[in-house]
Design a protein around this ligand. Structure first.
Ligand SMILES: *Cc1c(COP(=O)(O)O)cnc(C)c1O
Length: 434
């Protein structure tokens, strides 16, 4: 009991000061009674969030409905296999929930086939490769230095160990993908698969051009679309689904669903994709996550979600413009997405230093390598920001313009306590919105 009180005190939080919709979402009496230590950690985490402006590109806020599905009774169900062909009994209702999720995913993305079981986008990438490739095959993907994800050939990841990756990049002049280079590399290396998509590049891939290059090389086309899944769902990004053999999506980023992956494919590849998830790379599905995905997919089909997605892009454009005015260099000069990646070296700071200074003032963003980055990977020259969370909280263009100015002041040496106070004030004002 005293431990609990001490921990609560040290976190500077009491239950009455927790804003509704943040701390309140996690305030389970059962947890507090059973494990006050962990309950305090969660309360402090909610408090941390309520006090900071969250601009990490991959995060968002799940709705109360998604949370309810995640903690619902399917959390305890074992369901290996697929609807109608499970290895466990008692799955009729789990089957119905999974079919709902699958049908909603297929409808939302106009995809012939959907698999909703991958536990993460990385495990979905593993399944995509497993369905199409053999160890030792060559894969052409965006190089990690230019914005490819770890699953696009990092030596620290299965992808870089099991396949031969060739990387393409962006042009030095305009920061855009050089499709002539992609084509030349495809002709030279004859890859078995070509991957398009990035974690930090703020423009949409030209899916038709990638398809053409893949066809010419007789390669599969894999869309690595986790970052922009929500924009595709809302019709604000060109869909890879008509062009790619397999599309790898994420349900926890802009889509605002549970942490997890989603695979979309052609009808021909349906069996191979399903077998590559279970039994090849996963065991029983997390049926509560599948249920949560079903809810998020239904939410993403609404006009309200489309309006939300539009605001994320409008906000990101304002943010990019504000960062440029403050002396930073947004890659490609702006954004078509919820993402902004900016070179901060013109201000004389590294990406890591920028991340530290902003975090100290309550602005959470990530350091990020920029193409042709002269700085070591642990330092980097850039920062990456996303507007998913703040837009879910109701912040708009006015707030994002102000935030860009605050970041500019922090990176040009501003240590004024008033910056931190203003960040907390803004964060608090919007903390309870979702
Ligand atoms: C976020 C992301 C991933 C990784 O997602 P996890 O669910 O964390 O594994 C992979 N690829 C891209 C393009 C991403 O944006």
């Amino acid at each position: 009991m005293t431990v609990t009180d001490a921990a609560t005190g040290s976190a500077g939080t009491t239950e009455t000061t927790e804003p509704a919709g943040t701390g309140g979402r996690w305030a389970s009496e059962a947890l507090r009674r059973a494990d006050p230590q962990l309950a305090d950690l969660l309360a402090a985490e909610a408090e941390r969030r309520a006090e900071s402006i969250q601009l990490l590109a991959g995060e968002n806020l799940t709705s109360a409905a998604v949370l309810a599905a995640l903690t619902g009774p399917l959390i305890d169900k074992y369901a290996e296999g697929y609807p109608g062909r499970r290895h466990h009994t008692g799955c009729a209702l789990a089957d119905a929930a999974e079919l709902l999720a699958v049908d909603r995913a297929r409808a939302l993305f106009a995809a012939p086939h959907a698999n909703v079981q991958p536990r993460s986008a990385t495990s979905a990438m593993l399944a995509a490769y497993a369905a199409l490739l053999r160890p030792g095959d060559t894969v052409l993907a965006m190089s990690l230095e230019h914005g490819g994800h770890l699953s696009c050939g990092s030596r620290a990841n299965f992808s870089g160990r099991w396949f031969e990756f060739v990387g393409y990049g962006v042009r030095r002049e305009d920061g855009l993908i050089d499709l002539d280079e992609v084509r030349a590399l495809a002709r030279l290396h004859r890859p078995k698969a070509i991957v398009a998509g990035s974690i930090s590049h703020p423009r949409h891939p030209d899916w038709a051009a990638f398809r053409e290059i893949a066809d010419e090389a007789d390669a599969f086309l894999i869309a690595s679309a986790a970052q922009t899944t929500g924009l595709v769902a809302a019709g604000l990004a060109p869909s890879p689904v008509p062009y790619a053999d397999v599309t790898v999506a994420a349900t926890h980023k802009l889509l605002r669903g549970p942490r997890g992956g989603l695979l979309l494919s052609t009808a021909e590849l349906a069996e191979r994709i399903d077998r590559a998830v279970f039994p090849f790379s996963q065991g029983g599905a997390a049926m509560n996550e599948v249920a949560g995905k079903a809810v998020a997919l239904a939410e993403a089909a609404t006009p309200a979600y489309r309006a939300y997605a539009e605001r994320t892009v409008a906000g990101a454009r304002v943010l990019a413009k504000g960062l440029a005015e403050a002396g930073m260099r947004p890659l490609t000069g702006g954004t078509d997405t919820h993402l902004v990646t900016a070179d901060v070296s013109p201000l004389g700071v590294s990406g890591a230093e920028a991340e530290r200074r902003c975090a100290a003032a309550g602005v959470l963003l990530g350091k990020c390598a920029v193409p042709y980055d002269p700085a070591p990977p642990a330092e980097t020259s850039g920062i990456r920001l996303g507007t998913g969370t703040v837009t879910s909280q109701g912040m708009g263009e006015a707030e994002l313009a102000e935030i860009a100015g605050l970041i500019g002041r922090l990176l040009t040496g501003g240590t004024d306590v008033r910056i931190g106070a203003r960040v907390r004030e803004l964060a608090r004002a919007f903390a309870g919105r979702r």
